[in-house]
Design a protein around this ligand. Structure first.
Ligand code: SF4
Length: 326
């Protein structure tokens, strides 16, 4: 079966006063129908820009997709105009943003915002759109769903606003939902509820989910497949069990070592390990592996040749010179 989404050689760059910032630099990834793919990495590794590039949600200019294809059901989204993409946004691909307060319109009621999407994309009458909105609010467990239609975003708590965002993203039953750090701004207990809700909705509607996160704990709980990004590139890709059982790339190993372990007896607990250093500035990056300055396994070749993604086990790929044939 062909993938639902296939990104090939995507490069998204940003013009800055200091030069061209290569935020996403040759990313390939695929997402199958009904699958949950987690894209993980630190802040500044390019995961959000990759996600936003899919629906051209990045500011252009200064951002620009300079190369690559984004095939959704075989159709390349890159050359589409804004109005052509409007037909795909919400109806085919829903997007859940990190901070709903900045993505919901503060001067429109939440009911009006969800209903507008239904009127526009599904051609529903005003009454039918509002009825469906109430249904969606019930599905995402907003108490007193009908009574909250006429409330404004600021009248909701952070967790409830994120439920409104999820209702809005799923109202037209898209085939793919992209969730960009949907729980970052929430308390820990609410985070778990929102992730459970996303999982429930995915199963109910049979949609695929691309979840952007920096938290390996979230990856372990939700992903079927994982793409690890570093400094604008994919450095490892595998199904979730293989990734946690045998992470190949030193960066992935570092991310996994930084997960708190509450399952270990106290005598086996050790200090959490941080990955030393920071993500490099991506203006004129140095040749070779971009992780080299932080890598405890770096070799001479690492600063000379860029490692390419290669298969190290069935369905498991990594970009690292470790273990590569000379
Ligand atoms: Fe480390 Fe070299 Fe692998 Fe980069 S290519 S992750 S520097 S061993």
């Amino acid at each position: 079966m062909p993938p639902l989404l296939e990104i090939k050689g995507l490069k998204t760059h940003f013009a800055t006063d200091d030069g061209m910032l290569q935020a996403v630099d040759g990313v390939d990834l695929t997402l199958n129908k009904g699958e949950t793919l987690c894209v993980v990495g630190e802040s500044g590794c390019g995961k959000t820009v990759t996600a936003m590039s899919i629906l051209k949600l990045i500011a252009m200019p200064p951002g620009r997709i300079v190369q690559g294809e984004i095939l959704f059901e075989g159709r390349d989204l890159v050359p589409l105009t804004s109005s052509q993409l409007d037909d795909i946004r919400a109806k085919e691909i829903g997007f859940i943003f990190q901070e709903p307060m900045t993505s919901l319109n503060p001067v429109l009621t939440v009911g009006e915002q969800v209903a507008e999407s239904l009127r526009r994309h599904e051609g529903l009458s005003n009454k039918d759109a509002l009825d469906r909105t109430v249904e969606m609010f019930k599905l995402v467990q907003i108490p007193n769903a009908a009574g909250r239609l006429h409330d404004y975003p600021h009248q909701f708590s952070g967790g409830m606003r994120q439920r409104v965002m999820i209702a809005m993203a799923l109202a037209c039953k898209p085939k793919l939902v992209i969730a960009d750090e949907p729980t970052t701004a929430l308390d820990v207990t609410i985070q778990a509820q929102i992730l459970d809700l996303l999982q429930d909705m995915k199963e109910r509607f049979g949609m695929a989910v691309m979840l952007i996160t920096h938290a390996m704990g979230v990856v372990a709980e939700t992903a079927q497949r994982v793409v690890v990004m570093y400094a604008g590139k994919v450095v490892e890709e595998a199904d979730v069990d293989s990734l946690f059982a045998s992470p190949g790339h030193p960066y992935t190993q570092g991310l996994i070592r930084s997960i708190p372990r509450i399952d270990l007896a106290s005598e086996h607990k050790t200090r959490l390990e941080a990955i030393g250093g920071t993500v490099p500035i991506l203006i004129n990056p140095a040749p070779g592996c971009r992780f080299a300055p932080r890598c405890r396994h770096a070799m001479q070749i690492c600063s000379e040749q860029e490692p390419v993604l290669r298969e190290i086990a069935p369905g498991h790929r990594m970009a690292c010179h470790l273990g590569a044939a000379p």
